[in-house]
Design a protein around this ligand. Structure first.
Ligand code: B4P
Length: 189
């Protein structure tokens, strides 16, 4: 199985590159951001709880997202592999993912990190906020919260996957196609 973890700060292009990778490698896309936004749209209890945190750029509790991913893995038993987009975002989530995959006799193949500086991230997210209607893209102070959450809770995962020999970084600045080509090169090696 090919199990890819796409890693990077908010706005690095994880969702954008996931779409292209899914088409190329026929993988199942598991985006916790997308699943959570869907829960909000459907006004579920989980969605209502998550909305308050997401609108402020704060991570949703680990047990909530771990449960969501566990359910999705069960629903896709015959998948050729998965793209984990925006998950894991904390060490607890990474440990839980290792356990969930080990239970299926598989593992994370590699982590692909998109590297983009803060100035470019802020520019991209404010631009998207103009037509996405996403509250978390609407102003610089929320975007700053998201980048802080990333630096405090998610960035340490670089060491977690480096220790497993699975961390690979790619320059996330450039055209979408250039970045996609760089990612494919690493996957196909
Ligand atoms: P996510 O939905 O995961 O989203 P993201 O970090 O905003 O974006 P991504 O990196 O996918 O960027 P995109 O391709 O869209 O998270 C949202 C919130 O959900 C989190 O803040 C958190 O509250 C919650 N959440 C999600 N997962 C969680 C978890 N595991 N644990 C706890 N909480 C969780 O690109 C952004 C913009 O850049 C787009 O407009 C795109 O068009 C543009 N862009 C992309 N590539 C470009 C390029 N090469 N050049 C120029 N622009 C580019």
């Amino acid at each position: 199985m090919l199990n890819l973890v796409l890693f990077g700060p908010p706005g690095a292009g994880k969702g954008t590159q996931s779409e292209k990778l899914i088409a190329n490698y026929q993988l199942v896309h598991l985006s916790t951001g997308y699943i959570l936004r869907n829960e909000i749209k459907n006004q579920t209890a989980l969605g209502l709880e998550a909305k308050k945190l997401m609108d402020d750029g704060i991570l949703v509790p680990d047990e909530v997202v771990i449960g969501m991913i566990g359910n999705k893995l069960e629903e896709n038993k015959n998948a050729k592999g998965f793209i984990f987009d925006g998950f894991p975002r904390t060490t607890a989530q990474a440990e839980a993912l290792d356990k969930l995959l080990a239970g299926k006799n598989t593992a994370v193949t590699m982590m692909l990190a998109l590297e983009v500086d803060n100035e470019e991230l802020t520019k991209r997210l404010l631009l998207r906020g103009k037509d996405s209607g996403r509250a978390d893209d609407s102003n610089e102070s929320i975007i700053r919260n998201r980048i802080n959450e990333y630096n405090n809770k998610t960035a340490p995962l670089k060491s977690y996957y480096t220790a497993q020999g699975k961390f690979h970084a790619v320059n996330g600045i450039g055209s979408v196609d250039e970045i996609f080509t760089a990612l494919c090169k690493l996957i196909d090696k």
